[in-house]
Design a protein around this ligand. Structure first.
Ligand SMILES: NC(=O)C1=CN([C@@H]2O[C@H](COP(=O)(O)OP(=O)(O)OC[C@H]3O[C@@H](n4cnc5c(N)ncnc54)[C@H](O)[C@@H]3O)[C@@H](O)[C@H]2O)C=CC1
Ligand SMILES: O=C(O)C(=O)COP(=O)(O)O
Length: 414
């Protein structure tokens, strides 16, 4: 018996393009779900190549490096969904993707713990002056001394951005005996004994170690500049594993150069190299008291394996079933299975009269609707209709749905 046809064209024609060394667990998940055309690249693609390849892809997987601008998305004529195999989605023009009818998914928690573990370890290393001592040992210099070296126990950790990662960092830091204060733009439930700071400036003035866990937004861009660094306690440490655009590097260089800060750990940079190998430039290079890491906060095998499975599952569910639950830019529809009926997906501009035009199409064919699910965002609507239609009717219906003015995408699943 031929396999049940789930999509408007056979699964073996759906092209999945995975960039930036996405875990093999994602490839396995797609294969297990019957997808055969999976192309996986170990690196990001340069923009011209990306435009060329995105034009052919139906499903695209990226990490934090690939910039999906409106210009790049304009080439994505066949693309049905994007998976960010990471937490941040700032690398995607989410509005442009939505207006093109493309839902974007991510893995909001899969690498949270990996980042938190690294940050807590960095806090310990910085407070002990280990980066400098390590560098000296490598140069053959023995510098056994307690000067400037402190336990973290009893010291204050200031967390800016008390979300998933920030709270985990706080819990782990308290286990080491640190006093935790935080600043967030939203009111947050404080875990353990953590306390909200009176404000950002207050946090900066009180903390021995400041760690950043905000997303990249217009408000967080260059948020830590020379003025904010100047508010930090003399001899304090800064950790940035959020986004490179949050800290003004020249200001950090000045604060370290002047000895105002005792050290820093930086995992993310305003400009990051496209690929592994030589080519990393930063004014922070050469400071013995600065821990530099190549954006590896979330790069553990455990996290990458989980992310591969999680985001692939969301993409497969959307491709097979139409569910957009947990999409970051799209009307969210949680859909039941639809055995016995064909499923039509209609993504459209959210303008008056759209639903009645969609229903008219089914009315013309005198078909009963088994189920209908609608969610809208201000600019985009997503309606899913289950109907017992035969193959020929389904093809005709899809054409008619696609012809409704304002349609962004029309697909049939069964
Ligand atoms: N270095 C790495 O490899 C990784 C970096 N990240 C970065 O970490 C960021 C945070 O991740 P999560 O904790 O999962 O995000 P989240 O969304 O759970 O938490 C972010 C928190 O920041 C707060 N916030 C937003 N704007 C703010 C502002 N202007 N001032 C103060 N607080 C503000 C939010 O209200 C929220 O509570 C991600 O957006 C990503 O950029 C995430 C994973 C790995
Ligand atoms: O999850 C995130 O937001 C990260 O920054 C990790 O990005 P990556 O998958 O390592 O490119």
């Amino acid at each position: 018996m031929p396999p049940k046809k789930k999509t408007s064209f056979p699964k073996q024609d759906i092209r999945v393009l995975l960039l930036e060394g996405i875990s093999a667990s994602a490839v396995e998940a797609f294969r297990a779900a019957g997808y055969t055309q999976i192309e996986a690249h170990p690196k990001a693609l340069p923009e011209d190549k990306l435009k060329e390849r995105i034009a052919q892809a139906h499903i695209l997987g990226i990490r934090s490096r690939t910039q999906l601008t409106a210009e790049v998305l304009a080439e994505a004529r066949r693309l049905i969904a994007v998976g960010c195999f990471c937490i941040g989605t700032n690398q995607v023009d989410l509005d442009a993707a939505e207006l093109a009818g493309i839902p974007v998914f991510n893995a909001p928690y899969s690498n949270t713990r990996s980042v938190a573990e690294l940050v807590v370890a960095q806090a310990v290393m910085l407070m002990r002056g280990i980066p400098e001592k390590n560098a000296k040992c490598h140069r053959g210099i023995w510098d056994k001394s307690a000067a400037g070296s402190h336990e973290v126990r009893g010291k204050t950790l200031g967390i800016i951005g008390y979300g998933h990662i920030g709270t985990q960092v706080g819990v782990l830091a308290e286990a080491l005996g640190m006093r935790v204060i935080f600043h967030d733009i939203q009111t947050k439930l404080a875990l353990g004994n953590a306390q909200p700071a009176a404000g950002l400036d207050d946090l900066l003035a009180c903390a021995d170690v400041v760690t950043l866990h905000v997303p990249e937004t217009p408000a967080t861009q260059w948020m830590i500049d020379s003025e904010k660094l100047g508010l930090m306690k003399p001899g304090a440490h800064l950790i940035n594993a959020s986004r490179g655009s949050v800290v003004v590097i020249d200001a950090l260089v000045a604060a370290l150069g002047a000895g105002h800060l005792a050290g820093a750990a930086v995992d993310v940079f305003p400009v990051e190299p496209e690929a592994n190998g030589p080519g990393f430039e930063s004014r922070l290079r050469g400071f013995d008291n600065v821990l530099l890491t190549p954006h590896v906060g979330g790069s553990t095998l455990e996290a990458q394996d989980n992310i591969g499975t999680e985001v692939a599952a969301k993409l497969i569910r959307y491709s097979d079933n139409g569910s957009t639950l947990s999409a970051v830019n799209f009307p969210e529809v949680a859909l039941p299975e639809h055995a016995g009926s064909r499923r039509f997906l209609h993504i459209h501009r959210n303008v008056p009269g759209m639903l009645s035009q969609v229903n008219e199409v089914f009315g013309r064919h005198a078909l009963n609707i088994d189920g209908q699910f609608l969610r809208t965002h201000p600019k985009v609507g997503y309606v899913v209709i289950d109907v017992a239609a035969d193959e020929a009717q389904a093809a005709a219906l899809r054409e008619e749905l696609a012809a409704i003015p304002g349609t962004l995408r029309a697909r049939v699943l069964y």
